[in-house]
Design a protein around this ligand. Structure first.
Ligand code: NAD
Ligand code: DAU
Length: 333
């Protein structure tokens, strides 16, 4: 099987490429990635040279997409502008990568009749109230995105659904909750706080910190995606989650404690405008229909391993850190 993985030099896409080539000895992978500020070739080191090719390019480049997709069995589309805070300060790149990029890929996929899997997010459903723990997102929850990021992801999902219905595109969609683990860009919540502590500064909590995210270890996201590609029903959407709900304040306190600091040694900074309150995934469909289950569900152990990785890999994250913090400082975050 020949796979084209877009965004494979990013955090989650690179995890999937390592997972896929490790799990399937007959798989060949081409990664198409523009290497934006979030892409890093170091994430793809150590892959088998005879089964892996890297192409630097933009998913909005129709000629390139056409050429690569012609020679592919399955397209797995991870490439995106992925950070909410960036979408609030500069939305335009999100429309280009997330909407036009997806359109370009599904057009080529339908022209050549190729299998397509679309990576999306639980944020397309908006947020849940904090005072109703029984509520969770399901595949039937109406779309109600809040930010420029999540609205462009929602738009891209709707394009895929329309291409399935109108053109018979052989596509599946997955919407996953918040990922964490090694190789995540330091702009994101968990690596930002770990690297702030490692650099001798205090973690930065937006607003009260009562917002809840449903954490999943990246490796579990990758195994779910491969399950959907191999066993999923064409035209269906599957929600991916590992029952990892925790509020931001608790995560910051856990990180401080695990790193030998006082659990109250953090700062409250400006809240994110339009901040989503709570995400929570009901992944019953994926578990019962396709038999998937997560392996890494111990959040505390996952955080310990993630801290260890950032401690041991300053050469990977230091180059991103200064630029990221300068961006945050400008917005008062
Ligand atoms: P990331 O920002 O770490 O990586 C994105 C990758 O896409 C980078 O390598 C970047 O260079 C590449 N890219 C961006 N624009 C491109 C373009 N126009 N052409 C080619 N490549 C381009 O993102 P991530 O956190 O790994 O997220 C990957 C995907 O998973 C995204 O689609 C995101 O919406 C989705 N997702 C993320 C999470 C999460 O918790 N991070 C959860 C659910 C879904
Ligand atoms: O739910 C899936 C989504 O999870 C993905 O689609 C996105 O690509 C991914 O970035 C993530 O979005 P969030 O906005 O939830 O993640 P982020 O890491 O930016 O923030 C997590 C929570 O932590 C959120 O409530 C905001 C808060 N936060 C974030 C940062 C960077 C802070 O309190 N302090 C911070 O410094």
């Amino acid at each position: 099987m020949k796979y084209l993985v877009t965004g494979g030099a990013g955090f989650i896409g690179s995890n999937f490429v390592h997972f896929l080539l490790g799990e399937r000895s007959d798989a060949e992978v081409t990664v198409l990635d523009k290497l934006t500020y979030a892409g890093n070739l170091k994430n793809l080191e150590g892959l088998p040279e005879d089964r892996f090719t890297f192409v630097k390019g933009d998913i909005c480049d129709a000629d390139l997409a056409d050429k690569l997709i012609q020679d592919t069995d399955v397209i797995v589309h991870y490439a995106a502008e992925s950070h909410n805070d960036n979408s609030l300060s500069n939305p335009r790149p999100f429309l280009d990568a997330n909407i036009v990029g997806t359109f370009t890929l599904i057009e080529a996929a339908r022209k050549h009749g190729k299998r397509y899997h679309h990576i999306s997010t639980d944020e397309v459903y908006g947020d849940l109230p904090l005072n109703a723990p029984e509520l969770k997102f399901t595949e039937k929850t109406p779309y109600n995105p809040s930010s420029p990021y999540s609205s462009t992801k929602a738009g891209s999902d709707l394009l895929v659904r329309a291409w399935v219905r109108s053109f018979g595109l052989r596509a599946t969609i997955s919407n996953c909750s918040n990922n964490y683990g090694p190789y995540q860009h330091v702009e994101k919540f968990i690596p930002r706080q770990i690297t702030e502590i490692l650099e001798g500064r205090r973690p930065r909590l937006y607003g009260t910190g009562e917002q809840v995210r449903d954490w999943i270890y990246t490796g579990d996201h990758s195994s779910a995606v491969l399950t959907i590609i191999e066993k999923g029903k064409i035209g269906e959407t599957y929600l991916i989650g590992a029952n990892g709900e925790e509020n931001n304040l608790t995560i910051v306190k856990k990180l401080l404690t695990l790193m030998g600091k006082d659990e109250n040694d953090f700062e409250h900074v400006n809240d994110r405008p339009g901040h989503d309150q709570r995400y929570a995934i009901d992944s019953t469909k994926l578990r019962t229909e396709l038999g998937w289950k997560p392996q890494f569900t111990n959040l505390e152990k996952g955080l310990e391993e993630t801290i260890e990785w950032y401690k041991n890999n300053p050469d990977w994250w230091k180059p991103q850190k200064v630029e990221t913090e300068a961006k945050y400082a400008k917005g008062g975050f």
